[in-house]
Design a protein around this ligand. Structure first.
Ligand code: WT7
Length: 654
């Protein structure tokens, strides 16, 4: 960053500095120093100031069973109480908590008092079905008020929820239900997206019929689209009937700080997704700290995170963080391109959104749309309510950053490029909006208290200016606690022996600027792709492909894509002869549909190429680096002399 290339530095405006909690770099450094001088004291201070404890903690960090760390271990609290009752008790009962905007534009506002009552009723209904502390509940729902209510209701009774994104297939849903051993499934008849009603309950039924889901005793169904659904006697209940006669009050289950609030499945480098297990106290603490320091949330803000509750961003920045801070937030059912690609900008205008948090892939697709159709250009809308912008999910390329800054933020709003992961629970590296000078494409500096660095393969820190592996040096309160049901996998994946079990391995490469020490994420170092900000394991897609009766072998790699960041490219060997022409096209379609059914539409390969074999070394190892070059359409520069069968490279050129 510091050498030839001309780098623009964007300083936060005086106004942003003046109003921010972390005001100026000295304030940022003071927080970092506080944490360095007394690591436990720093987090404990925030945990006492920001959370309401039923039983105050006396222990802070317990490292005795590393890397299974515990935070605030002897403290007790309830997450839903901290998000709802506390705000109502503090006079925010009539403040709007959720502004729900439906796909068709209908708006419903829910106050804190109303949300508390809805959550309590549903929590009582779940209790009535026998759901209790520690039970797992799978939620397979669209973006909705009931989705947030379901999450909060689980938290209220100490049930551990596991959200499965509504775009996942029956197979993916079944696998997650089975792995979690869930006792209940909460879903809806269907969902509206882009003016269309899509089914959900029928997919859930299919999942439950696939076997392995006998653990599910109750299914609760929200009526949304009015689509036809089959209700199974003794198992299925309508949501509105379940809550109809319930009391509006529900005593929260006071749980230990370490009690698992949720398990969220995410892709790793093997075929099987990992159930990332999060805690209650430590998680909620950092959800709040991210809201307060990174987003500088204030009482008059209207906050909008465009993520789906099916991803971690929708957990920390829709279901928990904003509510714990007593904020007003938008929950949006629809898609950014319906009724047209001005939808986001219109919603910012209509609801006077002040903080807007979205993904680079959305920004890039809306830049394209605005270029093609001036009537949806953000310049047509009044975006003057905005004061802060955020980006998450993948590196944001400088051109998209600058467009976002100028056309959405009016060259006045700081952009926080927040690096974090499902496993980290909350922001890890991000600018502070009223302090950090911003450099497009860099997530800048660690969140106050977080200790990250860049190391080589041996775990030795590399100098600034030299690329390496991103690691976290000390445990943090919102970190993953384990992989559900598989502690060994947790250890091996995140605290590998290569680093003597002492460093958390994020799975990303990074480089620090030689002068400023700013971090830039250089991409995953494992077999994980990032498609539209969603993590996809290449092995997962390969397993889905080889499960098709025609496929003998498959290898999946990523290729840079203008809009989605990365695109999925699959190299496939069929059991029969290598198809060409129209036959190949038909098989491509068939396999894309297949992967969509096996995992979900987000996993569909964009490009599928057929070979009589895959490029392998003499020892039979697939040469993935070579496949990546082929996927990009690059000339093969690599030495291919070890290749068993060089002739097939021509077949795979695409
Ligand atoms: C992976 C985590 C955490 C919310 C959404 C994704 C990539 C995420 C950034 C960023 C560069 C980023 C990393 C990371 N990533 N944010 N600001 N700059 N890369 O959560 O599905 O767990 O994916 O997303 O590769 O490891 P996730």
């Amino acid at each position: 960053m510091s050498n030839e290339q001309q780098i623009r530095i964007y300083n936060p405006s005086e106004e942003a500095v003046k109003r921010a909690r972390v005001s100026g770099m000295d304030a940022y450094r003071a927080l970092c120093k506080e944490a360095e001088d007394d690591y436990e004291g720093y987090w404990a201070r925030h945990a006492r100031e920001l959370l309401e404890w039923k039983t105050p903690f006396t222990q802070v960090l317990d490292e005795s069973n590393a890397p299974f760390f515990k935070w605030f271990g002897d403290g007790k609290l309830n997450v839903s109480y901290n998000c709802l009752d506390r705000n109502v008790n503090n006079g925010l009962g009539d403040k709007v908590a959720l502004i729900f905007e439906a796909d068709n534009g209908d708006v419903t506002k829910v106050t804190y008092k109303d949300l508390l009552s809805r959550v309590s009723k549903f929590a009582n209904a779940l209790r009535g079905m026998g759901v209790k502390k520690g039970d797992r509940v799978v939620i397979y729902m669209p973006m909705s008020i009931e989705g947030v209510v379901a999450m909060q209701a689980c938290a209220r009774i100490g049930a551990t929820h596991s959200i499965v994104f509504g775009g996942f297939s029956a197979h993916a849903l079944r696998d997650r239900i089975e792995d979690a051993g869930a006792v209940a499934l909460i879903t809806s008849d269907g969902q509206f997206r882009g003016g269309k009603a899509l089914p959900l309950k029928p997919i859930a039924d299919e999942a439950l019929g696939l076997g392995g889901c006998d653990c599910i005793k109750n299914v609760v169904v929200v009526k949304r689209t009015g689509g036809d659904v089959k209700m199974v006697e003794g198992r299925d209940t309508w949501f509105h009937e379940a809550v109809a006669n319930q009391s509006e009050t529900c005593e929260p289950e006071w749980v230990e700080s370490e009690h698992p609030l949720f398990v969220l499945y995410t892709s790793g480098s093997t075929g099987k997704p990992k159930g990332v297990q999060h805690s209650s106290g430590g998680y909620l603490l950092q959800a709040m700290m991210s809201m307060r320091y990174t987003f500088d949330i204030q009482p008059d803000d209207v906050y909008w995170c465009t993520a789906d509750i099916g991803w971690v961003t929708g957990h920390t920045f829709i279901a928990y963080g904003p509510l714990a801070c007593g904020a007003t937030e938008i929950v949006f059912e629809g898609v950014p391109t319906f009724p047209d690609a001005g939808r986001f900008w219109k919603m910012i205008q209509d609801h006077k959104v002040s903080i807007f948090y979205t993904a680079p892939t959305a920004i890039r697709s809306l830049i394209k749309a605005a270029d093609n159709n001036p009537s949806v250009h953000p310049g047509k809308y009044d975006l003057s309510s905005l004061r802060l912008l955020g980006s998450v999910g993948e590196p944001i390329n400088p051109a998209a950053w600058e467009w976002y800054y100028e056309h959405i933020g009016g060259s006045r709003c700081p952009i926080v490029d927040t690096f974090w992961q499902t496993e980290t629970g909350a922001h890890m590296i991000t600018p502070m909006p009223g302090a950090t000078p911003m450099v497009p494409g860099s997530c800048t500096l660690p969140f106050p208290g977080i200790q990250v660095t860049v190391v080589d393969e041996t775990g030795t820190e590399v100098p600034w200016g030299q690329g390496g592996i991103l690691v976290v040096k000390r445990p943090w309160p919102a970190m993953i606690r384990t992989v559900w049901g598989d502690p060994d996998r947790f250890k091996k994946t995140y605290y590998p022996d290569d680093f003597k079990g002492k460093l958390y391995l994020a799975g990303d490469g990074a480089i620090r600027d030689a002068e400023t020490g700013y971090f830039t994420i250089t991409g995953r170092i494992d077999d994980v792709l990032n498609v539209s900000g969603h993590r996809m394991g290449t092995m997962e897609i390969e397993s889905a492909l080889v499960a098709h009766e025609q496929v003998a072998e498959a290898a999946v790699v990523g290729r840079p894509d203008d809009v989605t960041g990365e695109a999925i490219v699959a190299f496939v060997v069929l059991k029969g002869p290598r198809p060409t022409g129209d036959e190949a096209k038909a098989v491509v379609k068939e396999l894309q549909t297949w992967v969509g059914q096996e995992i979900g539409p987000i996993a569909k390969p964009k490009d599928i190429r057929f070979g009589e074999n895959l490029p392998k070394t003499r020892s039979g190892k697939i040469m993935r680096r070579l496949l990546r070059q082929l996927a990009k359409g690059e000339e093969i520069t690599q030495d291919t002399s070890t290749l068993e069968n060089p002739a097939i490279l021509d077949q795979l050129k695409g």
